[in-house]
Ligand binder design. Structure first.
Ligand code: HEM
Length: 429
């Protein structure tokens, strides 16, 4: 994060609040979160963008807040006009139709749109996609296996989810590298809707609108409609209601947007955690070699809990005065639920700072909770499990190249992930 760290208000305990949103914090936010959980579990702070928001860090409070209907997702409930200027990271009201998507709306619109998309984005459709994800994973590894070194973010974690989601949506293969470029721009410059990022979003929007229009034509013209997700979205109807082209475009956009950087970080953070915990990594490798998948399944959930891709859930705004964890919150106040802090809460998880791939009692909040619970969780699990299992199997002596202290973490408000992950291994033909 480039801005000067904000100075949080005076602590309730008389002790200094640890510095939030600095470079050191981006590299390891967990000590600061432990402090907040203990001393200021619902803490008002000034974010680097200048907006004041409440940070909720205890598991029980986080779970309650995520499911509390008085905390709206609609940015119109925010009381500061500043967000309309687009500098705060809060989605502006005046921004494109694309912003009217699941993560920015409340019931009843949310219920209707989520029901419609759920008809197209089914766990079955995702499961059928398993062999394609494996094929993509192998192709990407083929691209660097002979070199004996790679940047796992650039060469692997970044392209895998973008090609996967493009395929699932039905973006033709010849156009997918455009998406790779646009997504690269968005991830490199993180979040803010400025300059090149705004141009990339605009291009993506234009492309999706055209694609949806074309597929709608195809659906009327052809007797055998496409099996891709966009065709499914266009076909989905509920009590006679269809998605409009705008709604379908916003939906395709949020699927790309929500499903992209998150999965990059699951693969990046997950691989990093495995490479820095050799005992756990060996257990997983042995279990994969023996043909077992149990540890892989519990392991990916544990990696999400231990160092998940989504550090803070997306914005919520109080529609009326309410209390969270005993703290009064005024109407209009923004609330950020810190998933990464809740998932290390010792009141919920035994030895929360220990990575234990076989952890069973693991209802982490990495995918959120309540009506906005991650729609793409089955796809994320499929990609995460395939990516990690294939890496460890095909490149068994994979290790970090260089010192892990030199790694740079991308400091964004919502996401947590590495900029690069240089690795080395014995080259394989
Ligand atoms: C919502 C995490 C992958 C689509 C969410 C939320 C979280 C999350 C925490 C809730 C946010 C909130 O309540 O503010 C993750 C993680 C992923 C991942 C950790 C990867 C490891 C995906 C993928 C897709 C996806 C692959 C789709 C292709 C969505 C959508 C929502 C959502 C559409 C909004 C649901 C709603 O508002 O009803 N995700 N996600 N996510 N996610 Fe994911």
């Amino acid at each position: 994060m480039t801005e000067t760290p904000a100075q949080p208000p005076a602590p309730t305990t008389g002790q200094p609040v640890p510095e939030l949103f600095s470079w050191e914090f981006a590299a390891d936010p967990y000590p600061a979160y432990a402090w907040l959980r203990e001393h200021a579990p619902v803490h008002r702070t000034k974010l680097p963008s200048g907006v004041e928001a409440w940070l909720v860090t205890r598991y029980a409070d986080a779970k309650q807040a995520l499911a509390d209907g008085r905390l709206s997702k609609n940015p119109a409930h925010h009381d500061e006009p500043a967000h309309a200027k687009g500098k705060t990271g809060i989605p502006g009201e005046r921004k494109a139709e694309l912003m009217t998507h699941l993560l920015n709306i409340d019931p009843p619109d949310h219920t209707r749109l989520r029901r419609l998309v759920s008809k197209a984005f089914t766990p079955r459709r995702v499961a059928e996609f398993g062999s394609r994800v494996q094929e993509l994973t192998d192709q990407l590894i083929d691209g660097f296996a002979e070199k004996g070194e790679a940047d796992l973010i650039h060469d692997f974690a970044f392209p895998l989810p973008i090609y996967a989601i493009c395929d699932l949506l039905g973006v033709p293969r010849e156009d997918q590298d455009d998406f790779r470029d646009w997504a690269g721009m968005m991830i490199r410059h993180g979040g803010g809707p400025r300059g090149g990022v705004a141009r990339s979003v605009k291009k993506m929007r234009g492309y999706l609108a055209e694609l949806i229009h074309r597929k709608r034509q195809e659906l009327t013209d052809e007797p055998a409609p496409g099996e891709d997700l966009i065709s499914g979205l266009i076909r989905a109807s509920d009590h006679g209601e269809h998605l409009s082209e705008n709604e379908a475009a916003a939906m395709a956009f949020i699927l790309l947007f929500a499903g992209f950087e998150t999965t990059v970080n699951l693969i990046g953070n997950g691989t990093y955690a495995l490479l820095t915990h050799p005992g756990q990594r060996r257990r997983l490798q042995d279990s994969l070699a023996a043909g077992h998948t149990d540890l892989l399944a519990t392991g990916v959930e544990e990696l999400l809990r231990y160092d998940g891709p989504v550090e803070l859930a997306t914005w919520r705004f109080a529609t009326e005065p309410l209390s969270v964890g005993g703290q009064d919150i005024a109407a209009g106040d923004p609330v950020l639920v810190v998933l990464a802090a809740a998932d290390r809460d010792p009141d919920r998880f035994e030895d929360p700072d220990t990575l234990d791939l076989s952890r069973r009692d693991n209802q982490h909040l990495g995918y959120g909770h309540g009506i906005h619970y991650c729609l793409g969780a089955p796809l994320a699990r499929l990609e995460g499990q395939t990516a990690l299992a294939t890496l460890l199997t095909r490149l068994p002596d994979l290790q970090l190249a260089g010192d892990s202290a030199d790694l740079r973490w991308r400091g964004g408000l919502i996401m947590r992930g590495l900029r690069t992950l240089p690795v080395e291994f014995t080259p394989v033909a």
